[in-house]
Design a protein around this ligand. Structure first.
Ligand code: HEC
Ligand code: HEC
Ligand code: HEC
Ligand code: HEC
Ligand code: HEC
Ligand code: HEC
Ligand code: HEC
Ligand code: HEC
Length: 443
């Protein structure tokens, strides 16, 4: 009897192990993917937070040391840096600053950015108010050169004077780079800190049982909004709600969702930059891929993964911000959900059958084909911004949409071939379906 029980248990365990081993890798995410959608208009901010104010990350550090250290090491904590506190935050070579620059290092108080480019904030009285303006040169970290910077060319051409000295950062930048500014118009902390994603924390700091917003608690579509408040190109919401033109918004067109706090319905504060498939804009190629940085949200909302409830934080730890262009994670980042021959694909049985490249080839890295480099950080930067539109773009589509060939994944590595011959390779591999064989869908 004992023996029988032993064997029975062993067999059951083996069956369980077999089932477990064959579970699709996506299984642990079923709960997230099937969460009920609450809708775009519901306010999810905890009631207790509605009367709270912003306190800054030093307060949070007292009880959340590990999260604080992860965040402190990330780029979010380094977006705006005070030059007077630490002059080593300046990455530019000021000895080479061109003669016609309208500022010197002494005039600048804050640096903006560092990784791809650095711009400088200079105190200025604009429109009768204490504000900041931007220097007329920016440092391009990728090329190691100074280049002209005329923000009015990109930010609301018809809403601001064409003069850097009259162009304020308060309405055009600060909401996305400081803590608290978007919601309250006060620069609580020069960084993208805790409360930019968790909402104002004064009540929670007094009593930890008083809740703060945690984006992953509800609808996965809404989870993304804490990131989309900044990582999505937009237009002043009044253009939609009040039919305002850029001219009507003279000196106060706002380039961020003013008034938004985490948990509130972002849709009430933000008008995404317009896009229609087939029509290129200054921000997007005609297929919806980014021409510029900071368009992750605009691209991602059109992707199948977004629609199924996969979120930014499934791929990026919100505090460490892992998976960046400087730290490629190889295929593991994708294979934590995907597996060969699985229900969500790739539908071939092996890596080589899917990619038609050797397993150890660069041509077998998921992101090289599914996140090609389509954008630039400035007009003079190299093509390095990876698309967050994960669907594969065929060479024939790149051609039919009139996009530059180097934005195509295959061409990026095979510059000696033509888009037509690369399309033929895919055809020879049997990777084209009827629809794509017929005519590339360009509408
Ligand atoms: C006095 C200590 C203390 C301070 C200060 C503090 N927290 Fe907390 N926090 C806690 C404790 C304890 C919990 C767990 C509470 C619980 O589970 O009910 C918590 C939980 C959280 C959670 C998770 C909430 C959830 O629903 O899972 C977040 C997010 C958070 N804190 C953010 C912050 C932020 C942002 C700040 C700074 C504004 C901050 N905390 C300051 C003690 C603190
Ligand atoms: C860029 C947005 C962002 C910033 C900045 C940020 N958080 Fe979070 N935080 C999140 C998200 C999103 C989650 C939910 C993560 C999840 O469920 O996987 C989270 C979760 C947490 C939790 C709960 C962890 C748990 O296991 O449930 C705590 C505590 C927390 N954050 C504290 C902080 C503190 C303290 C800071 C500042 C030092 C901070 N966060 C900065 C977005 C952010
Ligand atoms: C308040 C605005 C704001 C919010 C909210 C925000 N970001 Fe960012 N994020 C930025 C800015 C600005 C940078 C550039 C920082 C720099 O280069 O110093 C950045 C950089 C990043 C990077 C690149 C990091 C690197 O090392 O290069 C990642 C990844 C990222 N954010 C992901 C997220 C995710 C995921 C969320 C939501 C959980 C989020 N961000 C929320 C403004 C924001
Ligand atoms: C809607 C939010 C938003 C607004 C408004 C905004 N930015 Fe940013 N900015 C971001 C995000 C998010 C990133 C990082 C993501 C990326 O670059 O793809 C970023 C990146 C940058 C970087 C590059 C950082 C680095 O380390 O290389 C600079 C410089 C910068 N912004 C300057 C500005 C200036 C100047 C303005 C105003 C004229 C401005 N931004 C307005 C959200 C914003
Ligand atoms: C399916 C996984 C996945 C999702 C979902 C995803 N990302 Fe990424 N993201 C990546 C990978 C991988 C990279 C880095 C590619 C590399 O190594 O060059 C990246 C890079 C970035 C960068 C750095 C860009 C740069 O130029 O350095 C930012 C910022 C970013 N993602 C923000 C977001 C935001 C915001 C969302 C949600 C709207 C999001 N990501 C959703 C996988 C993802
Ligand atoms: C957290 C889980 C998760 C991660 C991580 C993930 N995916 Fe996905 N992916 C999904 C789900 C779910 C779908 C939807 C499947 C379906 O519709 O059948 C999907 C669909 C796709 C599709 C087909 C639909 C489309 O978007 O056009 C591609 C391509 C894809 N993923 C590529 C990637 C790449 C590349 C990475 C890594 C950078 C990645 N995925 C990481 C869960 C994930
Ligand atoms: C050499 C280019 C290339 C590489 C590398 C690549 N893919 Fe693909 N992938 C494609 C093509 C082509 C398709 C077919 C697209 C379509 O059907 O529209 C595809 C389709 C997919 C799909 C949709 C489902 C399917 O099987 O048709 C998923 C999911 C996917 N790839 C995930 C991945 C993952 C995960 C990796 C990394 C392990 C990866 N891909 C690497 C070219 C590539
Ligand atoms: C990240 C770089 C990279 C990408 C993206 C890439 N390849 Fe390749 N490809 C290579 C390398 C390297 C080889 C050399 C053989 C190997 O490693 O498998 C190769 C070999 C080939 C070959 C066989 C040898 C030859 O030159 O005729 C063909 C055909 C091919 N690639 C077509 C494509 C097509 C079509 C795509 C897009 C679906 C693509 N490649 C995407 C890097 C890439």
């Amino acid at each position: 009897m004992k023996k029988l029980l032993f064997w029975l248990t062993l067999v059951l365990l083996l069956i369980a192990a077999f089932i477990w081993g064959n579970m699709p890798k996506i299984a642990p995410y079923y709960k997230q993917l099937t969460k009920p959608r609450v809708g775009m208009n519901i306010d999810l901010q905890p009631k207790e937070q509605r009367s709270a104010h912003f306190v800054g990350s030093q307060k949070c550090k007292e009880c959340h040391k590990a999260k604080y250290h992860d965040w402190k090491a990330s780029m979010h904590s380094k977006m705006i840096q005070d030059i007077r506190k630490n002059s080593s935050v300046v990455v530019a070579d000021f000895s080479k600053l061109p003669k016609d620059a309208d500022f010197t290092l002494k005039d600048a108080v804050y640096t903006i950015g560092s990784k791809f480019k650095q711009r400088y904030m200079i105190p200025a009285k604009i429109n009768g108010k204490d504000d900041y303006r931007l220097g007329n040169y920016q440092w391009n970290t990728q090329t190691g050169k100074w280049q002209h910077f005329k923000p009015y060319k990109y930010w609301y051409h018809n809403s601001y004077p064409h003069d850097n000295k009259q162009f304020p950062t308060s309405t055009t930048c600060d909401g996305c780079h400081f803590t608290g500014y978007m919601a309250t118009g006060k620069r609580v902390e020069p960084a993208i800190a805790c409360e930019n994603c968790h909402g104002p924390g004064s009540e929670h700091v007094k009593d930890p049982d008083s809740p703060v917003f945690k984006a992953s608690m509800f609808d996965p579509i809404r989870t993304n909004e804490v990131c989309l408040q900044c990582h999505m190109r937009n237009r002043d919401k009044r253009i939609e709600t009040q039919g305002a033109t850029a001219k009507d918004l003279w000196m106060n067109a706002t380039d961020y969702p003013k008034g938004y706090e985490p948990g509130k319905p972002l849709i009430s504060y933000k008008l995404p930059a317009p896009f229609a498939l087939g029509q290129g804009t200054k921000e997007f190629w005609p297929n919806g891929a980014a021409k510029k940085n900071r368009t992750q949200g605009n691209e991602y909302i059109h992707d199948a993964m977004y629609k199924h409830g996969i979120t930014c934080i499934n791929c990026h730890d919100p505090h460490k911000l892992t998976n960046t262009a400087q730290k490629p994670q190889g295929n593991d980042a994708c294979m934590k959900c995907h597996s060969f021959g699985s229900v969500i694909g790739p539908h071939q049985d092996t890596l080589e059958q899917h990619t038609h490249h050797k397993a150890d080839s660069k041509g077998s890295l998921c992101i090289e084909c599914h996140m090609p480099k389509t954008g630039r950080h400035t007009g003079k930067s190299p093509l390095t911004v990876r698309s967050h539109r994960f669907a594969f773009t065929y060479p024939a589509e790149t051609k039919a949409f009139g996009m530059p060939p180097e934005t195509n994944a295959c061409f990026a590595c095979h510059k000696d071939k033509t888009l037509d011959s690369l399309q033929d390779d895919l055809k020879a591999w049997g990777q084209l379906e009827w629809e794509k064989l017929e005519t590339p869908h360009v509408k």
